[in-house]
Design a protein. Structure first.
Length: 252
């Protein structure tokens, strides 16, 4: 699959998640749409997704649309997913992200050869619960491992699960990867091993693997497996009582 096809499939996913009709601009730029039911971000937040230099923004209200339209007329799509640049021009109260968005096809997959044996387990495996508890609430939540719909792919030592991966099946036949390694076991390359097993399973099922990485180590694992970084995502909560002072993009 070419980079263009990966990009097209990724854009199809995120426009569906927007929950209102919107498209990525054909050239660089941003389209802003009022979409209170958007799945790009938490309820009442603004979701920003940039793919291939073009941007879609979902907002909860017309006031937020005015604010984001002005910002998008001043900032480039890449700057819109830069929290510091966005704070410089908008009244941002809270931020989630930014995260890199990476995708992979079968031809680009770089599997792990040899190494520790990965086992397939149910997502309700007792060892997963222990792994999640030991990782702490923040890391466990960031991993998304508790929400996988695929089998879990685990590595164990002395009957303890020390690393696990799986994926959630998203719309448009996308497999959203989740990976977690026990805090005391990081730096050993275990994330790549379990993630490779989950990716292989997704590809065998005809799914498009998606890796959303907020931390640099996570992105390094994705790139080592052959994922291509094609964009980014940022969610913000705006102070809508502030009058917009910028102008320039297209509101849908």
């Amino acid at each position: 699959m070419t980079s263009e096809l990966l990009l097209d499939r990724a854009r199809e996913l995120w426009t569906e998640l927007a929950a209102e009709p919107v498209e990525f601009p054909a050239t660089e730029g941003a389209n802003v749409v009022v979409a209170p039911g958007s799945r790009l971000c938490p309820p009442s937040w603004t979701g920003i997704v940039v793919l291939g230099g073009a941007c879609v923004v979902t907002v909860p209200s017309m006031r937020a649309a005015e604010l984001m339209t002005g910002a998008a007329g001043t900032l480039s799509p890449e700057e819109l997913v830069d929290a510091d640049r966005l704070r410089a021009v908008l009244p941002v109260l809270d931020v989630l992200g930014p995260a890199s968005l990476c995708y992979l096809d079968r031809a680009g997959f770089l599997p792990v050869r040899g190494g520790a044996a990965v086992e397939e387990a149910g997502y309700d495996h007792d060892g997963l619960s222990a792994l999640l508890a030991g990782a702490g609430e923040e890391d466990a939540g960031e991993s998304g491992l508790a929400d996988i719909t695929s089998p879990a792919f685990v590595l164990s030592e002395r009957d303890d699960v020390i690393a696990a991966a799986g994926y959630q099946t998203w719309p448009r036949s996308v497999a959203h990867l989740s990976v977690l390694v026990a805090p005391g076991q990081r730096g050993r390359g275990l994330a790549r091993v379990v993630a490779a097993a989950a990716v292989a399973h997704a590809l065998e099922g005809g799914l498009l693997p998606q890796w959303r990485a907020r931390a640099c180590p996570s992105k390094r694992v994705a790139l080592a497996l052959g994922f291509q970084e094609v964009g980014g995502q940022l969610s913000v909560r705006l102070d809508e009582t502030v009058s917009p002072v910028l102008a320039g993009a297209t509101a849908v």
